[in-house]
Design a protein around this ligand. Structure first.
Ligand SMILES: Nc1ncnc2c1ncn2[C@@H]1O[C@H](COP(=O)(O)OP(=O)(O)O)[C@@H](O)[C@H]1O
Ligand SMILES: [Mg+2]
Length: 398
């Protein structure tokens, strides 16, 4: 999950957390594949080895800096062995497998996810490792043709960076996907070979059942019949693995001392039924469940694809709404800030006016005092002059 606190401190993602470095242990001996898939993988290995000779030993890699990456896409349903085969390819090449961790790669900060993609390629280059993008449709999806929203720009930037890195990366990159149809066409062009992982046939299933147990140590009852299990259940390798582990748990949970306990046919059969049922529950959506569909009203039996589309559309809408709300709340914040600023200015003008009025009154008062004094002097002077004149007149008359 995108982690806002981690992102705050490492907006570009912690380089050591973006990938999981794996020393491959599983080899092609651990995997049972339909002949066509096996042939395609053998061809891929030959291409890789010859590529190393041409571009490494023959020095052409130093002359031609782009178009070097050997990108493969393993496409097929879950549990068909894509992940083990990526490991087996790395093992065959004597290299480490760097498994990209999407949860760490995705950052909520604009531009940081694309930077993380570059960091992942740099890390693989440094360690001369095989780079593995599992469930790659999460990252190599089609680009948006119109980009009026932030998330569309971001998604397109990530695919663009991925394409550029693929051009320049001198090693092996493996993508795995259940939904190759979602790939961006430009991305698809840069993939050298698509290798199809199909569901195993009955004969392969029988061999997968056997490959999942320990030939010497796993205690099997007399009645165990892998051919019958293989014929009865058209399951994937992943399902068979889960059924074997579940069957063993059922056998050990039975009463009595552990020594002498064995896994019997009924354990494997029951376990496989549980695995198949659990898968059905996982595949079932709210609206394909008859009870829920009845509640939702007649005719509401949407396919799980339909529901997924609806959820996708809702998620897109949610991002659009978020994108629309963000600028509004930003302008609201600005309006509030400018209101506060205006209020502050008004207060200042008020205070300045009050101060000015006070000083005007004061100077008026001062002027009044001075004027009063002058008038008094004037009256006194003119009063005295008048008195003198009257006295002089009176003296003359007498
Ligand atoms: N073709 C196979 N041969 C042997 N084991 C298989 C095969 N496919 C799947 N398995 C078992 O199922 C597990 C899950 O397979 P995985 O490679 O993760 O499938 P995918 O990556 O295609 O979803 C493996 O670890 C392995 O034990
Ligand atoms: Mg896988």
């Amino acid at each position: 999950m995108a982690n806002p606190f981690r992102d705050l401190f490492f907006p570009g993602g912690r380089p050591d957390e973006l990938v999981e470095a794996l020393v491959p242990r599983r080899t092609f001996a651990d995997v049972v594949l339909p002949p066509a898939t096996r042939r395609a993988l053998d061809n891929a290995l030959v291409q890789i080895r010859k590529h190393d000779v041409i571009f490494g030993d023959w020095g052409l890699g130093e002359r031609h800096a782009t178009g070097l990456a050997l990108a493969f896409n393993f496409a097929g349903p879950p549990g068909t062995g894509k992940t083990i085969c990526a490991e087996a390819v790395a093992h065959a090449l004597g290299k480490r497998l760097l498994v990209v961790r999407y949860a760490e790669l995705e950052s909520q900060w604009a531009g940081a996810t694309a930077k993380n993609v570059s960091a992942v390629f740099a890390s693989a280059r440094e360690q001369d490792a095989v780079l593995f993008f599992d469930e790659a449709d999460a990252i190599a999806g089609r680009r948006f043709t119109s980009v009026d929203q932030g998330y569309q720009r971001e998604a397109n930037a990530v695919v663009n960076v991925l394409l550029r890195e693929l051009e320049e990366f001198p090693g092996v990159v493996i993508f795995a996907t259940n939904l190759a149809a979602n790939f961006d066409p430009a991305f698809e062009r840069r993939i050298r070979t698509h290798i199809l992982f199909e569901m195993p046939g009955a004969e392969e299933r029988e061999r997968i059942w056997r490959a999942q147990i320990h030939a010497r140590k796993t205690p099997l009852a007399e009645d165990v019949d892998f051919q019958a299990l293989a014929n009865l259940y058209p399951a994937s390798g992943g399902d068979i693995k889960n059924a074997v582990l579940k069957g063993a748990q059922m056998a050990i949970a039975e009463p009595g001392p552990d020594r002498g306990k064995q896994i019997a046919q009924r354990h494997f059969a029951e376990a496989m039924q549980e695995v198949v049922a659990a898968k059905r529950v996982m595949e079932q959506s709210l609206f394909t469940d008859p009870a829920m569909a009845a509640m939702a009203g007649a005719g509401a039996l949407a396919t799980s694809d339909g529901v997924r589309d609806e959820v996708d559309a809702l998620a897109t809408r949610l991002v659009e709404v978020e994108d629309a709300v963000l600028p509004v709340s930003e302008s609201l914040r600005r309006v509030e800030a400018s209101q506060a600023e205006t209020r502050r200015r008004l207060d200042e003008v008020h205070a300045a006016l009050a101060a000015q009025r006070e000083s005007t009154e004061e100077s008026l008062r001062q002027t009044g005092i001075v004027l009063g004094g002058r008038l008094r002097t004037l009256f006194w002077v003119s009063g005295s002059a008048l008195a003198a004149a009257v006295a002089a007149l009176a003296a003359a008359l007498w």
